[in-house]
Design a protein around this ligand. Sequence first.
Ligand code: EPU
Length: 462
Amino acid sequence: MEKYIIHGGVRLEGSVKISGSKNAALPIFAATLLTDEEVILKNVPQLSDTQTMTLLLRSLGKKVSWDTGSPGRVIIQPELKAGLVVNTKASYEIVKRMRASICVLGPLLTRYSKAEVSLPGGCAFGPRPVDLHISGLRALGADVKLIHGNIVAEAKGLLKNSATGLRRLRGGHVPVMQGRISSVLATDNILSAAVLAEGETCIENAAREPETEDLVNFLKHIGAEITQEIEDPHKEDLFHEGKSISIQRLRVKGVSKLHGGEYTIIPDRIEAGSFMSFAAITGGKLLIQNCEPKHLHAVIQIFEELGLSIQQKSSNELLVKTAGKRLKRLKRLKGIEVSTGPYPLFPTDMQALLMAVAVLAEGDTILEESIYSSRFNHVGELERLGASITLEGNKAYIHGVSALEGARVMASDLRAGAALVAASLAASGKSELRRVYHIKRGYENLLGKLKKLGAKIVLEDG
Ligand code: EPU
């Protein structure tokens, strides 16, 4: 099995190009099932999750070609002539590899009147229910059953789609996320189903994450009619964990057919945030290119509080640097208190990476995880490198230490793995990081990008 060998203590310096967003690309790939015309996607990151989605789409009857002459360009066409039946069952063999496979449920159901997707099950950082996906599709008139571990959905309404002759879902009010944390992928599934439903749909408290916004823009680009309404952020009932956030309602007017098109995926904000962590923890200086600064507002704010200097150099470039020139001269960073939350608050996907940096900060940092109940698998492994962390429910109390020492550690999920890369880059001596396949799910060429910045990191087998 592959592992990273990292010799820490090297200050990272140079420029790094951020790839396209994994979490935007996956639902957009799935949404290409909504049309029989060719879709060309650009800025698609080459990583194992997009490869898994490629296999899934192929198994459902799409022809997916990665353009070898133009990295990140993917051409998606129907394998069969429009109108012929495709496979509407997403097999357990593929779904078990990647939870985001559930994104094909809404598109298959609304385009082909039926869909069967294996239940994705739990994941490495605790239970991740799919009740919102199911109740949202039921609100659009779908008959959804759980049979032998599969979600089996059917559009049983009387109305037929004039373009396909198949039964349509019917638009309606979808209040399922009202008063709850909105789910990104449930929003994506319900939205993708609503675009071909009969009549109008209103999705309350829809996710506002930039990745869902990218799906909205893609769907509009191929002919969907969607409007976004943002509710007054100052209403008391819209507060989340004591912070005011505005709430989004999506209104969709169903159409009978969508066309093809060419679309560019947004940059990966979590990859950009990860490189901020690598700069912070190694006392480095990085020019982060091809990023979208406006998606990183909360992350920039927290890293600035930690003592990082972040300057916007152009519309898509950030210069990130720490005070000292060498790691040993780096001033210890100041302790802070942070809670994760839905966008635009601090993202849960950056929690482990922030924790790695806070481990070397001066004083105590309190980090609260408010999206997932137990996304703390990285804590024990960070402790192997010398971190001092106390867990109490969904709060981590991080007691800053002055140095970390290399050790053998293991990635338990994607972001936990990235946090261990960060900590190993700062630890003295050699670290061995196992189960790097988790990291390869979500970072394009992480090894190559880090090496270019001076990191001493190699991939080994065994
Ligand atoms: N939830 C429910 N019921 C549902 C769905 C979600 O209660 O039916 C709750 C969850 O328990 C959680 C919250 O809603 O409290 C959001 O979680 P969810 O599992 O829906 O997240 P997701 O939409 O499946 C996406 C990202 C995750 C990211 C979360 C939160 C993709 C492919 N995945 O997952 O990304 O952590 O949103 O922002 O977009 C990652 O990239 O490492 C990753 C895990």
